[in-house]
Design a binder for this molecule. Structure first.
Ligand code: GLN
Ligand code: ZN
Length: 760
């Protein structure tokens, strides 16, 4: 039977125990010993799950109190000077200060940057190399965790971020070591660590190098050989793990590395697994990442078995089975979802269930007819067959509508220049119109109303009255502040995805399906399981109500198709582009309804447009093509005089500017205040033809910017984009801010716009 292992387990605990413990610790409610105990509990439980499922190893090193890349930096002693004098053992509080700027002990300091882990929604803390960086073994935490696992008597595999990936993710600064230049010193520490792990009795060390699934320069490719030469021969066997895509041209360098095994992503890697297996030299191990670590669907065990059987014959015990990547990206345990519809639940597998799938697959490769195995395979088969034919996954009306989409539907009648004339006449806005991104503070009263409704303490009518009151107040405040284009404030929405997912057919929500986003922050992505349709209007009532309160234009506010897609667990039985087009059609009906009731401006947020960008440059054009088209299909239903806005919150447009232009929104508002308006260079250099609202208020900071500061940013913006095409707005929605900051900041923003108008 093939050996089975996991690349890593979720670390948040089945009921987000990590979050609870961390937040209690940061708030001073529990001490460090209690926090450590909570961590031990989670690790113990993960190991018990792995043993119960029959895994050949338990994995250590996958747990972290915040982020495993941060832990690696700490282990290497790569702690920026602003966090104080070097410690022999980099403490937990130092790690927390690096991650979030403060901790119960130690001086606050500017936190390190947080970035998305490849194309996932997990965020890592970016390592910082600086002039004083002295790389050395500065933490033995991993050794302690290995000892803790070994004490249970089970074989242990340790996992570390690969040295090249770690360095590749780092930030350099002038006068400090370069990312490539630091590698020899990094390799020394890894070698020492691996040697000490081996000394404890750890037989395998897994080194995660997802960077191998990206386009690497020649220099970076050449960096692998010397580093891995240093790591080999330290007493533990090395498993190099690559995932999130095929190695493609990077495979040749991997083949030559002195490692004892290679893990490949059999799902995102196409047929690379098969091609590698055909010529994989003994005695090296090949680990097949066959169970999806990025999604929640039950594995098609028959198909997996058919794929793997020839490999098992050829490789024998050198074939291992694993999830495609660490299970960090999926929820912990489906068994907790007692309220989930049983039919849908039967199609799913969360982290815990994925281990069982591996065990079953391994047993089936040995003898599919064995007692227990045959029955389990039959159950899995039946669930998949039901999913294929269920009315949930296939709605004939949706399919007919998708088949009837024409190119015209995804196109506005006239080019922006002509639309702009009509819109200007209809909206009658001043130069540099002021607006906001959509949400206003989710106050304690709003949250209390929602909680009371959930607990059944108030009825729906009472809830709606409270939300209505908040909306009315928000409109009045905006008028008083003097904004030109208003919003209803999104008081009724707890989350921009959940609000729509709950109203659309095809999305389902779990109760405990949390996934770590960063640190103690978790998200609960909806499960997009079936054909998407809109049973009834979703936003019209609130928008109409808000518009009835003011003569000024109120924007209709929708979450866009690409964002709904990218922030969900998406069905894997059809291309993402098809699913996205279904969402677009459902939203298109909403856009049309809003226009019909007289809403003059409709904003379609695409906060996560960039997030779906493939890792390889060669795959990007295709994604950008269908993503921009889905947006246009959503928006293209309106007449020329209706103005379409979109909002995107990230600070990098160079590589997607073509697609952003292709979306053809009349106005796009972006996050840009921290870039000092340099972000607009991408739009200027592109000759971006439509209107832009560069954010001039950094809403991620509690500071209230002055009118002068914002006017300064506007002047810089006007130096790049014609003022006739500029809007004035904050970086993003205001729901996490308080009115105490929002009111003065918006007044200053309006004053800044007035000052600029006077100058023109
Ligand atoms: N309209 C949303 C809001 O204002 C947009 C949020 C976002 O882009 N993340 O909250
Ligand atoms: Zn935003």
């Amino acid at each position: 039977m093939p050996m089975i292992h996991t690349l890593g387990a979720p670390r948040i605990g089945p009921r987000r125990e990590l979050k609870t413990a961390l937040e209690a610790y940061w708030a001073g409610e529990i001490d460090a010993a209690a926090l450590e105990e909570a961590g031990r509990d989670i690790r113990r439980r993960n190991r018990a799950d792995q043993r119960a499922a029959g895994l050949s190893f338990v994995t250590v090193g996958d747990f972290s109190f915040y982020d495993h890349v941060l832990d690696m930096s700490a282990t290497l002693g790569v702690v920026p000077e602003r966090f104080g004098a070097a410690e022999a053992e980099v403490s937990l509080d130092t790690r927390f200060r690096m991650a979030r700027g403060r901790a119960p002990s130690g001086a606050p300091a500017r936190a390190c940057a947080m970035k998305k882990w490849f194309d996932t929604n997990y965020h890592y803390i970016r390592p910082e190399l600086e002039p004083g960086t002295r790389i050395r073994l500065a933490s033995t935490r991993l050794l302690d965790e290995a000892a803790e696992a070994l004490a249970e008597g089970h074989p242990v595999k340790a996992v570390l971020p690969g040295p090249v990936t770690w360095a590749w993710l780092a930030r350099e600064s002038a006068g400090g070591p370069t990312r490539l230049g630091c590698l020899p010193a990094v390799a020394e520490v890894y070698a020492e660590l691996i040697g000490r792990l081996a000394g404890l009795g750890v037989n395998w060390v897994q080194l995660d190098e997802p960077v191998l699934a990206t386009d690497l320069s020649g220099e970076w490719r050449a960096a692998f050989a010397p580093v891995y030469a240093r790591l080999a021969g330290q007493g533990a066997r090395l498993l190099l793990a690559a995932y999130f895509g095929p190695l493609a041209e990077n495979f040749d360098l991997v083949r030559a590395l002195p490692v004892d095994g290679l893990h490949l992503d059999a799902l995102r890697g196409g047929d690379e697994l098969e091609r590698v297996a055909a010529d994989w030299p003994a005695p090296k191990v090949l680990s097949a990442g066959i169970v999806d670590g990025r999604n929640v669907w039950r594995c098609d065990l028959d198909a997996a078995r058919a794929r793997l059987a020839p490999l098992a014959d050829a490789l024998g015990a050198r074939l291992w089975l694993a999830p495609s990547c660490a299970l960090l990206h999926v929820p912990v345990d489906l068994a907790q979802e007692e309220e989930l519809d049983p039919e849908l639940a039967s199609w799913l597998a969360f982290a815990r269930q994925k281990l069982d799938e591996l065990a079953l697959l391994s047993a089936a490769l040995e003898d599919a007819g064995a007692p227990g195995v045959a029955e389990a395979l039959a159950r899995s088969r039946a669930a998949l067959a039901a999913r294929r034919t269920s009315h949930r996954t296939r709605n004939p009306d949706v399919r007919a509508a998708a088949a009837a989409v024409t190119a015209e539907m995804a196109r506005r009648a006239s080019p922006h220049a002509e639309r702009a004339v009509l819109q200007r006449a209809r909206l009658n806005l001043p130069l540099l119109p002021t607006t906001t991104i959509g949400s206003f503070p989710q106050t304690a009263e709003i949250r209390a109303a929602r909680a009371a409704r959930r607990r059944g303490e108030i009825d729906e009518a009472a809830y709606l009255r409270r939300i209505g009151a908040a909306t009315k107040e928000t409109i009045a405040k905006q008028e008083e502040i003097g904004l030109d284009v208003l919003v209803h404030g999104e008081a009724e929405r707890n989350d921009m995805v959940e609000y729509f997912g709950e109203q659309l057919q095809g999305f389902a929500f779990t109760r405990h399906g949390w996934v770590q986003s960063y640190g103690s922050r978790c998200v609960k992505p909806p499960i997009l399981h079936g054909d998407v349709s809109r049973p009834r209007a979703m936003t019209v009532d609130w928008t109409v109500y808000a518009q009835s309160l003011t003569p000024r234009p109120v924007k209709g506010m929708l979450t866009g198709p690409v964002t709904l897609l990218n922030w969900s667990f998406v069905r894997d039985d059809q291309p993402r582009a098809e699913t996205c087009a279904q969402i677009a059609l459902a939203l298109r009906a909403e856009v049309s309804d809003l226009e019909t009731v007289g809403i003059r401006i409709i904003q379609i947020d695409e906060a996560a447009f960039r997030e779906g960008l493939p890792l390889r440059a060669a795959d990007r054009a295709e994604y950008l093509r269908w993503a921009a088209e889905a947006f246009r299909l959503t928006a293209g239903v309106v007449g020329d005089a209706t103005q379409i806005h979109s909002h995107m919150c990230y600070s990098e447009f160079n590589d997607i500017i073509d697609a952003v232009a292709g979306m053809d929104a009349d106005v796009v508002t972006i996050e840009s205040s921290r870039s000092d308006m340099e972000l607009l260079d991408a739009f200027r250099d592109y000759d971006y033809p439509n209107e832009i609202g560069p954010g001039i208020w950094d809403i991620h900071s509690p500071n209230v910017p002055s009118a002068q500061e914002m006017a300064g940013l506007l002047r810089k913006a006007a130096g790049r984009i014609a003022a006739s095409r500029l809007w004035v707005n904050p970086d993003c929605g205001l729901k996490t801010r308080g009115w105490a900051e929002v009111e003065p900041a918006l007044r200053n923003m309006v004053a800044a716009a007035q000052a600029l108008r006077a100058e023109m």
